[in-house]
Design a protein around this ligand. Structure first.
Ligand SMILES: Nc1ncnc2c1ncn2[C@@H]1O[C@H](COP(=O)(O)OP(=O)(O)OP(=O)(O)O)[C@@H](O)[C@H]1O
Ligand SMILES: [Mg+2]
Length: 329
C-alpha cells in the first residue's frame, strides 16, 4: 500500500502584518523516512514554515497536508507530529526526568508508552543529568531534552528548528544518531540548519528558502552541483609565476584576494571549472612551480547557498585588471 507523504504543501503563503511576506508560494514534499533540511539566510521563513507544520500558526493561503490529513484554517495538526521551534517549552524548576514525566501525564500517556522516560534520556545522552533541575541546563542540553520529549510520542513526523544549535560534538553525535534511527524506522524528519556539514550528513533532501520563496528543492548532491564554478586557493612555491600561468590558462580567472584576511603571500585565488584547474596544475608543473595546496575557498554546498540566495560576497565576481577576455567558460 502506498503511504501518504508526511508533508505535502502547495503554494503556502504567510504574512505578518501588511509588510512581511514570510512565505511566498512555498511547496514542500517530505516522504516517510526522509530527513528533509530547510536552509536559507536569516529571515528566509524556515521557522515560520516549521511552525505551520507543528500547528503553531495557520497559513494565509495554499494547501497543507500532514500525514495524509488536510490541515485547515484551525490551529491543529494530526496526531503523530512532534517537535518544537524557538527552543522546547520546559519547566525550569523541574528536573529533566520530571519534565518528561509531566509531559507524559499531560498528554495522557501511560507507562506502556513505546519509549520510556529513561530510554528517551539515554538516547539523547542526558542520563547523567536526569535528576538535575533544568534551570541550570545549557542551550545544548535543553535542545537535547526537547528532542527526548519528542521521542516519547513516537512521532511519525518530527519537526526540529536548528536542532544542532549549541551542541558540543558528543551532543551532536547523539542527536544525529537519534534522527537517523527515527528515519530508518519510517519517521519523516523536517529540520532547519545553518550548518551545511550537518545538512550534508543528515539530510537526503533539502529545500533552500530565500525571502520566503523556494529557490532549490531536491537531493543534497544536486544542490552541491548547482554551485557551478568555485573559487580555489592555490598555494605554490612562486606566487608571481603562478599568477602568470593562471592568467594564461584557458577558462580560468584570477580572483583578487589581497584583502581576504585568510590569504597569505603564497596564495592565489582562481575561479573556473575543474578541467581548467587540472590544466593549471599541469602548466604549473611544466613551469617548475610546485603546488603545495589546492582547495575550494568554500565547500560546493556553501557556494550553492551563496549563489542561489544572492548572498555572495561582492568582491567574488571581480577579476584582476587587465585579464578581460580570459573567461573561457
Ligand atoms: N511573529 C512574527 N511577527 C512579525 N514578523 C515575523 C514573525 N515571525 C517571523 N516574522 C518575519 O518573517 C520572516 C521570516 O522569519 P523566520 O523566523 O521564519 O525566518 P528564519 O528563516 O527562521 O530565520 P533565522 O535563520 O534567523 O531563524 C522574517 O522577515 C521575520 O522578521
Ligand atoms: Mg528561524
Amino acid at each position: 500500500m502506498q503511504r501518504s507523504p508526511a508533508v505535502r504543501a502547495r503554494g503556502i503563503t504567510k504574512s505578518f502584518g501588511d509588510v512581511v511576506l514570510a512565505l511566498d508560494g512555498v511547496d514542500l514534499d517530505v516522504a516517510s523516512g526522509q530527513v528533509h533540511g530547510l536552509v536559507g539566510p536569516n529571515g528566509a521563513g524556515k521557522t515560520t514554515l516549521l511552525g505551520l507544520l507543528l500547528g503553531l500558526a495557520v497559513a494565509d493561503g495554499g494547501s497543507l497536508e500532514i500525514l495524509g490529513t488536510p490541515v485547515g484554517r484551525t490551529l491543529a495538526v494530526p496526531d503523530g507530529v512532534a517537535g518544537f521551534v524557538d527552543g522546547p517549552g520546559l519547566y525550569p524548576s523541574l528536573t529533566a526526568r520530571q519534565n518528561l514525566s509531566a509531559l507524559l501525564s499531560l498528554r495522557g500517556y501511560d507507562s506502556g508508552n513505546a519509549v520510556s522516560v529513561d530510554d528517551a534520556l539515554e538516547q539523547v545522552g542526558l542520563t547523567d543529568v536526569a535528576d538535575d533541575r533544568i534551570r541550570g541546563f545549557s542551550l545544548g542540553m535543553r535542545q537535547r531534552l526537547g528532542l527526548a520529549a519528542a521521542l516519547l510520542t513516537t512521532p511519525r513526523l518530527l519537526v526540529l528548528d536548528e536542532p544542532a544549535n549549541g551542541l558540543d560534538p558528543a551532543g551532536k553525535r547523539h542527536v544525529h544518531r537519534v534522527i537517523t534511527r527515527l528515519a530508518e524506522d519510517g519517521t519523516a524528519v523536517v529540520l532547519s540548519s545553518h550548518r551545511m556539514d550537518d545538512l550534508a550528513a543528515l539530510c537526503s533532501e533539502v529545500t533552500l528558502l530565500s525571502t520566503g520563496r523556494v529557490v532549490f528543492s531536491g537531493p543534497v548532491s544536486k544542490l552541491a552541483a548547482e554551485s557551478g564554478e568555485l573559487d580555489y586557493r592555490v598555494r605554490t612555491s612562486d606566487r608571481a609565476a603562478a599568477h602568470q600561468v593562471a592568467l594564461d590558462t584557458p577558462g580560468l580567472r584570477v580572483v583578487p584576494g589581497r584583502d581576504r584576511a585568510e590569504l597569505d603571500a603564497d596564495v592565489l585565488v582562481v575561479r573556473g571549472p575543474v578541467p581548467a584547474l587540472d590544466e593549471l596544475v599541469v602548466r604549473l608543473v611544466h613551469a617548475d612551480v610546485a603546488v603545495r595546496e589546492l582547495a575550494p575557498v568554500v565547500t560546493p554546498l556553501e557556494a550553492a547557498f551563496l549563489a542561489l540566495t544572492g548572498a555572495e560576497e561582492t568582491d567574488a565576481g571581480e577579476t584582476d585588471a587587465g585579464e578581460t577576455g580570459k573567461e573561457g567558460s
